[in-house]
Design a binder for this molecule. Sequence first.
Ligand code: PLP
Length: 379
Amino acid sequence: MTQTRIYLDYAATAPLLPEALAAMMPLLAGAPQNASSLHFEGRRARAVLDEARERIAACLGAKRREIVFCASGSEADTLAIFGTARLRPGRHIVSCAVEHHAVLRALESLESAGYDVTLLPVDRAGVVDPQRFESALRPETALASVMYANNEIGSIEPIAELAAIAHRRGVPFHSDAVQAPGWLPIDVDALPVDLMSLSAHKFGGPAGVGVLYVRDGSAIAPIVYGGGQEAGRRAGTEHLAGVMGAAVALELAEARRTQNGPRVATMRDRLEQHLLATIARSRVNGAGAVRLPNLTNLAFSGVTAEAMAVRLDLEGIAISPGAACTSGVAEPSHVVAALGDGDAREAVRFSLGPTTTSDEIERTLQIVPAAVAELRRGE
Ligand code: PLP
């Protein structure tokens, strides 16, 4: 009998929740639906769009008009950064070294257009120091952008504190919160960010749906031109099934958060502690930070992340080698490199989800030590 596969790569993408799929199906299969059309079908589509926007806003404690739909978390990040930078006179941006490439590459692009970018270092746990953050802000700082939770090591940044500092200095604050829903509170008043990016496929909604929260009073210029959708902030006919799937998934992620968090953290801790105890020369990258409950980034000395991921894949376990691989190629993790110790080529990420079971963790614990031993023998 073949064993079922074990999916421990939720931080890359989570399975579509059945409830989200059920909400999407009639919209995918049904009548034409362009929410900008004036006829009956268009008005019906508009009602769906309004409802999805309202439900997402409610999950964030936001207003409906503060929600901008777009096509991915990457687009939400780009829109927040370019959209703000274009409307602000200053040409300086503060961010940090462990951001997702969606943020880092957008900043590189601004740099080549003449912006000055300060990328703050992080401590060995992956966390930005608020004092350093404050010192980096200048009168001409157009935007500060620091992620909520890191997608590779799970460290949680003190964004409420950073946002408050930025506000005292009159600087708008963006946070990439793509990894947060379902694990961390996302109430925008408690946080209190000006802009915040989400991506539906990380919390049980469909891929291809991003959300940018834009606080009332924060102006952004569009980066996609065309029609006046999304109150002129993002042109393009909205993906109605997608946004409704995102709304349903976000509600469920939020409703189940306080139950799922501790349960999944217990499994993550078991996985981490057992592997550390049984595998010599192993360590946790980002240990010591307040971390997401579902993620651990481990390094087994002498074993490259890619070899480990391939080996475990053959054994039926899906994990990620450190950084998400773009086009199937694993690069050394810039996040682990920024921690300043250890080998960034050895970082592997195990990320659990609400449907991960203890049985899957126990099976993983049977497989990983032998896989490491075998790979080490082959070195
Ligand atoms: N930001 C973070 C922290 C992520 O983990 C990801 C996805 O890996 C993204 C942004 C990009 O999201 P998307 O895949 O929707 O473009």
